[in-house]
Design a protein around this ligand. Structure first.
Ligand code: CTP
Ligand code: MG
Length: 555
């Protein structure tokens, strides 16, 4: 801040010294003084630009420090946000918040607020010295200023509008490209390239049009400023020459004024632009703060350590919905003794996956209670609890990185031997070793280089790594190749023995082995029992079972 004041005070100094040297020393042929003053000039030039360098460097340093912190806060917020938040917020939006919007906030620092203040101070300093030197000449020179103000206002408004359009278009482009690269398989498999390309063209055209609008404003504005500057110069020369003839103005003053005008116009030209940057930065900042201020953080005040849980699970009249007013689970009660296996079956959309999402506290329930070993779920320390609930989800998600990193989720505290031990137990060690690089095989983004069954097997290892007391398995409905299928079957057997397991099963072999089977429909439990008793009852389970039987057991 103080730097900008010094800079503003220094800027009119050089023209003033030139004025001095022209009027006093050149016209009077004082060579000695002229050399002296030139040295001073050079000194000021060096100091001024040294300061300018330091000023620029500090501002940007400050900006970068701020965005570094801000980006960390935003991402931390995102990491700890309730999963329900992501059901409602598009990924593209959050990416934009963390990357682009934070960047726009940085621009406020580097190009916005501080330099606007510096510019204004400079303009004021120059105007003051101009008025002191010759107020009449100043008024004449600055006569075209109102036009400049009008032009600036028009420019600011139109650029601002177009920039908002540009930003929206960029967001739309990002989202579109991102989504289509992820879903490329579908696009190509359904030969939808042409229609998608047409859609892309429309979005891209909007982007171009918005940009051209902005560029148009720039292209008009800068020549207009030049013309106004020329007008000022013309007036200066005209009036100055007149007055020089009757000796009421010295040549030095006229030369100094030429420099003042240039100094004055330089910041003015950029000012409108900077105001836009400022405005956009504020909008972006506001958006970033809505993310930072959102209160969707999971209430995490449990203290009970889950290290020694046996794994007895009890649901009592549990009610749950994703959106208020649309109940998904309507009064679920069941109990699984420690070490037993419960299979959950039911039509698609019945609420099976929802049961495990609330057991892991990814979502909060609305009514009733869930207890583990008699202690309410909310009383457990959430991280400790989640470490003791191993989970295999329907859709396996792998991150770009090695196999080992995907199993440990980059927890460097877990030794390689432990990873290998789990994989050996699951019978997938040999498969992993057959990949180039073994455990260091890079699976690339989302594990695209592996088959679905292989990905599933890796997610098994991930779930078993902490030797959880409770295991949740949401079996994938899609079929996998028969070699993996066998591996998966054996791995599931190994996983569920000796721990409380909830298996959302599609494989009859898994279901039959369960200690108890729970049949769900529309958010309620409609049947319970073991395989024999449910078959004998000839109810919903019997229908499901015979339907699958007809399709032939998948192996
Ligand atoms: N649902 C929702 N928001 C989510 C997930 C699910 O509103 N984030 C709704 C679904 O529309 C569905 C209901 O919750 O009507 C139950 O979903 P889910 O428990 O996932 O059903 P599953 O029984 O697991 O179905 P599937 O066999 O297809 O996996
Ligand atoms: Mg499901």
């Amino acid at each position: 801040m103080s730097l900008s004041v010094i800079l503003a005070a220094l800027s009119p100094l050089r023209p003033y010294l030139i004025q001095l040297s022209v009027d006093k020393y050149i016209t009077n042929h004082l060579l000695q003084m002229l050399i002296y003053i030139s040295v001073v000039q050079l000194g000021i030039l060096l100091i001024e630009n040294g300061l300018r360098f330091w000023f620029l460097y500090r501002i940007n340093w400050l900006g970068q420090t701020v965005i570094n912190d801000m980006r960390k806060s935003v991402f931390r917020k995102i990491l700890f946000q309730n999963i329900g938040y992501y059901d409602r917020t598009p990924i593209g939006t959050l990416t934009t918040r963390t990357i682009n919007d934070v960047e726009a906030v940085n621009d406020v620092f580097s190009e916005g607020i501080v330099s606007i203040i510096a510019d204004i101070l400079t303009i004021i300093a120059i105007m003051i010295i101009m008025f002191i030197t010759d107020w009449r000449l100043t008024l004449v020179c600055l006569a075209p200023f109102p036009i400049l103000i009008l032009a600036t206002y028009w420019f600011k408004e139109s650029v601002n509008k177009s920039f908002q359009r540009v930003r929206n278009a960029v967001a739309a482009l990002n989202a579109f490209v991102q989504e289509h690269i992820v879903g490329m398989y579908i696009v190509q498999a359904f030969a939808a390239e042409k229609t998608e390309m047409d859609k892309f063209k429309t979005i891209n055209k909007e982007h171009r049009d918005a940009n051209i609008k902005a560029i148009f404003a720039y292209s008009v504005f800068f020549p207009v400023v030049e013309i106004i500057l020329a007008m000022s110069m013309g007036l200066l020369v005209w009036w100055g020459a007149h007055r020089m003839l009757d000796y009421s103005v010295t040549p030095g003053v006229v030369i100094a004024f030429v420099m003042y005008l240039n100094l004055l116009f330089r910041p003015l030209r950029m000012m409108a632009d900077k105001f836009n940057v400022l405005q956009m930065g504020m909008i972006a900042g506001e958006r970033v703060f809505t993310v930072l201020d959102s209160k969707e953080h999971l209430a995490d005040n449990g203290t009970v350590n889950a290290d020694n849980i046996r794994g007895e699970v009890k649901f009592e009249n549990v009610h749950f919905s994703y959106k208020a007013g649309t109940p998904v689970l309507k009064g679920i009660s069941f109990e699984i003794p420690a070490g037993k296996t419960m299979a959950v079956v039911g039509h698609t959309g019945a609420g099976k996956t929802s049961i495990i999402s609330i057991l892991n506290r990814l979502y909060e329930i609305e009514g009733g209670s869930i207890k583990i070993d008699g202690t309410n779920l909310k009383d457990y320390d959430i991280y400790s609890l989640r470490n003791h609930i191993g989970i295999v989800l329907q859709d396996v998600f792998l991150f770009s990185g090695t196999i080992a990193e995907n199993i440990t989720l980059r927890n460097a505290d877990i030794p390689r031997e432990k990873v290998e031990a789990v994989c050996k137990l699951l019978g997938i060690h040999n498969f992993i070793m057959s990949l180039p690089g073994g455990y260091d095989f890079n699976v690339m983004e989302r594990g695209n280089t592996l088959s679905q069954g292989q990905r599933q097997l890796l997610s098994f290892a991930r779930a078993l790594l902490y030797n959880p007391s409770i295991l949740i398995l949401d079996e994938a409905t899609s079929s996998v190749d028969s070699e993996s299928e066998q591996l998966i079957q054996q791995a599931i057997d190994k996983m569920i023995t000796g721990r409380t397991s909830i298996v959302i099963a599609h494989r009859l072999s898994t279901i039959r082995r369960a200690d108890e089977i729970m049949v769900m429909d529309k958010g309620q439990i409609i049947e319970r029992g073991n395989h024999q008793s449910l078959i004998a009852a000839q109810g919903e389970y019997y229908k499901l079972y015979t339907a699958v039987e007809k399709q032939k057991e998948r192996v």
